[in-house]
Design a protein around this ligand. Sequence first.
Ligand code: LLP
Length: 391
Amino acid sequence: MEYINNELHFGPKKKNLSSLCANYIRPIYVYDLDFIRSRFQQLAEALAGVRLYFAVKANPNPQVLQCLKSAGAGADVVSLGEIKRALESGFLPEDIVYSGVGKTRHEITEALQLGVLQINVESLPELQRIGEIAEKMGKKAQVALRLNPDVSIQTHPYIATGLRDNKFGMELSMIPALSDCLKKNTNSLELVGVSLHLGSQMLEFSGYQEALIKLKASFLSLQKDFPTLRRFDFGGGLGVVYEKQDFERESSLLKEYSAITKDILSDLKCELQSEPGRWLVAHAGVLLTQVQYIKKTSAKTFVIVDSGMNHLIRPSLYEAEHQILPLVQSNKKIKCDVVGPICESSDFFLKDYEMGQVEEGDYLAVLDSGAYGYSMASTYNLQELPLEICI
Ligand code: LLP
């Protein structure tokens, strides 16, 4: 992201963002596919030997998915909707890992019918349900046990998933009951993997390291009973730096993450799987929005734009701070709250933010919104969804 002749340019090919606003009618998410490809290559190199399953929930745009499929990714999905989107975008059933705590009978039946690679199971009743359905269908379901190591990571509590008071995964003390169920259903259930996902936006890895050590021990002891156990899925969660573009810091975090992973898992002699979402796509997306009003009160200057929590809910939900830059640079600065049109006081992007001066009709770029942006957008207040453009 840089200004060239005072105009904001984006991505490895330095696309002039103003040119995309020529026929502007409503907010636009712009995704740079070269950027996504280069992020994928960087991650694939750092985690050489690991199969990467892109977490579709981060960005289910069909062109983004096609791009990642052709770069060599598989897909990590959490609903029948995501399975369908992945298949429509070129993924094969054998590229798909299916996670999620609430899989319905209908979803499980469809997943088995299609023959997805692996179902990551999140509870004993789910394992029983999968066994029952597969039995009726005359199929053998390939399952991985998502284990919850009861480990905390430093992130927003709403996106931490690896503690025992989270709904995700199964406590290690459940392993005997799970083993019993697997042994009773050898016709319909095949244990192929152990899986883990501690949460999202991890920038510090001591909890991750502790969890890998715990799960490695579980993997080895399960393997004695189940020789079919051959995959270790260590989930997603690698964070990105939102405050200010800092690719150097990100690449040293990536090094640390991959060193820990390899150090603990490389002697397991099994397939390693990962489910990255944010790291691949966050920086590769920006949200373009237009200034509608500059409203001054005795307390504040509000820059009111035509996009808000309906299009990018991360600031309202997780107190996330996405940098905002005007598409045309100004020497003068203002301090303002950048807010949307939605009838909620939580509808803001940034508060008390110093930014180049803007006027009604100008455009702003909300940075790093390629992950969990459009995928979490809503039509609240019956505002239209934003557009999406891939460059
Ligand atoms: N695997 C599983 C089972 C997951 O639940 C998730 C994300 C991922 C992989 C990918 O995690 P990532 O690499 O993207 O951190 N809406 C929140 C993030 C929620 C993440 C949900 N699960 C946000 O905007 O920060």
